[in-house]
Write a protein that binds this ligand. Structure first.
Ligand code: ADP
Length: 482
């Protein structure tokens, strides 16, 4: 069995030591494309997490005082280590998660780019001197690391979701206790290995795998953890927000989405279809910014559907390690059942399956990319996140109705609109109640920009300069008697 150039760690990293669960319990990790066992990881819980927090807390005392030059230097080494190991990290990611290798390589690269971005950004976190109301005072505003940060991440981007949290935390001078998703622990553990290899001190980065409620409970109830950053489902996010209340912990929440993708009559058809394919089928539809609802204006509807259908039919499906594959398996059986249920619901309510519609002949959790027309607001995917390769098309007549339908959701993460009308583009910017809007673009995530949602899609930002502020406290100091 490959150990991916030593990057596949089957142990937890606590205080600089690679350790198993206290009771030796382990969990098997399977490759979703083949069902084969990739390896095992510790099934740790409360006590191991407490020790990880203690290690992070101890390490914070010195790490938070390291020089800016030292932190920046280590982050640049980490960036280089990620890129030097890009191929092995991508292979490991595909083995545990299923996404096509080219996407996995891209995920490692963007993770490295976040590390470099925050290494640069921390050098520009300037404070302020505010004019005081009297001459004998000086008013200063300074930024400081928030403390030990708990991180809980999902399986859909097992590497880059940690990158957006670990990189700003380390840059700011925080220490880390991270819990990767149970389906995809190895990409998370690999961050621990690389941080250790490039020289981050023991205890600065700790990674614990195992029982989610037990690990999460320890993180939420320990006073040493000053901030919790979570990416995952809205339900678990709400639970963590409730748990954070007792100690008024600072939280960042990157939760579910229900992205609308609006195609107006005046759109560039080819560009809209290209953007639709990326925004819908990247990672087999399993991203929180994936299109959930396509709203297509009547005049362009039939042409858009025909072109989208051809593009979907041309996709190669298979094991992500095979050449040319652009669609791998879904993460697990539950994901397949959810999509099946939504298709049955849509058919029962008058939707037409134009393409796909069921499990793929490849077996396992492979699913046929599916196109449904005649979608209506009564259908389940109008309100619920699909998280699978199903494109649902709603036909609309006028702009106001499309915007109203797009906003009629509890979520507010990403929205997309295709139009050549400049005034309309700005009406979309102002009218769409979302944290991120793509105008004539289906792929908007980039390290320079603040990623995050509004409404029940969460709070806090990842990336941009805002993504660093989330790991800092702002302190005001009044110097008087001058
Ligand atoms: P998904 O449904 O996409 O798996 P989840 O929100 O369940 O999304 O999972 C995201 C992350 O939250 C994973 O790391 C998971 O283990 C973790 N998680 C799930 N339940 C809890 C919990 N009760 N406390 C803390 N973390 C949890």
């Amino acid at each position: 069995m490959s150990n991916f150039n030593g990057l596949m760690q089957q142990a937890n990293l606590i205080g600089g030591q690679w350790v198993g669960a206290d009771d030796g319990d382990t969990t098997e990790i399977n490759n979703p494309a083949t069902g084969a066992v990739v390896g095992t990881v510790p099934n740790a819980g409360h006590d191991e997490t407490e020790r990880a927090i203690a290690a992070a807390s101890q390490a914070f005392k010195s790490w938070s005082k390291t020089s800016l030059a030292e932190r920046v230097g280590l982050l640049h080494k980490l960036h280089d280590a990620l890129m030097d190991n890009q191929e092995d990290l991508a292979q490991l990611l595909t083995a545990e998660q299923g996404k096509p290798l080219f996407e996995a390589r891209g995920e490692i690269a963007i993770g490295a780019a976040y590390v470099r971005w925050f290494a640069e950004e921390i050098r520009r976190t300037k404070g302020e001197i505010i004019p005081a109301p009297s001459n004998d005072k000086r008013l200063l505003v300074t930024h400081h690391p928030v403390g030990v940060v708990g991180m809980i991440t999902p399986w859909n981007f097992p590497s880059s979701m940690l990158a957006r949290k670990i990189a700003p935390a380390l840059a700011a001078g925080c220490t880390v206790v991270a819990k990767p998703a149970p389906q995809t622990p190895y990409s998370g553990l690999a961050w621990g290995k690389l941080c250790q290899d490039v020289g981050f001190p023991d205890g600065v980065v700790n990674i614990v795998t195992g029982d989610a409620p037990a690990i999460g409970g320890a993180i939420m109830s320990n006073k040493e953890v000053r901030k919790v950053t979570f990416t995952g489902s809205t339900n678990v996010g709400k639970l963590l927000i409730r748990q954070s209340a007792d100690q008024v912990k600072k939280v960042s929440m990157e939760l579910g989405g229900n992205a609308p993708f609006i195609v107006f009559d005046d759109a560039d058809l080819d560009a809209a279809v290209e953007g639709a394919m990326i925004a819908k089928f990247r990672n087999m539809g399993q991203t929180c910014v994936c299109t959930n609802r396509f709203y297509v204006q009547a005049g362009i509807h039939d042409a858009f559907v025909a072109k989208l259908k051809d593009a979907i039919a041309a996709m190669k499906i298979g094991d992500g390690t095979e050449d040319g594959v652009v669609q791998g398996p879904l993460i697990d059986e539950n994901a397949v059942k959810k999509v099946e249920g939504m298709i049955a619901d849509a058919k029962a309510k008058g939707g037409e399956v134009v393409l796909g519609g069921g499990r793929h002949a490849l077996g396992q959790t492979f699913f046929e990319p599916t196109l449904i027309t005649g979608a209506t607001s009564e259908m389940q995917f109008t309100t619920d996140e699909i998280f699978g390769p199903l494109a649902a098309i709603y036909k609309f007549e006028d702009e106001d109705a499309a915007v109203a339908a797009a906003n009629a959701t509890d979520y507010g993460l990403a929205a997309y609109a295709y139009t050549k009308d400049l005034a309309r583009a700005f009406r979309m910017n102002e009218g769409l109640e979302y944290g991120m809007v793509g105008i004539n673009s289906g792929l908007i995530t980039t390290v320079e920009a603040p990623f995050g949602g509004v409404k029940e899609s969460g709070m806090g930002k990842e990336g941009g300069s805002q993504g660093l502020e989330d790991y800092q406290i702002t302190k005001y100091t009044c110097v008087a008697g001058l």
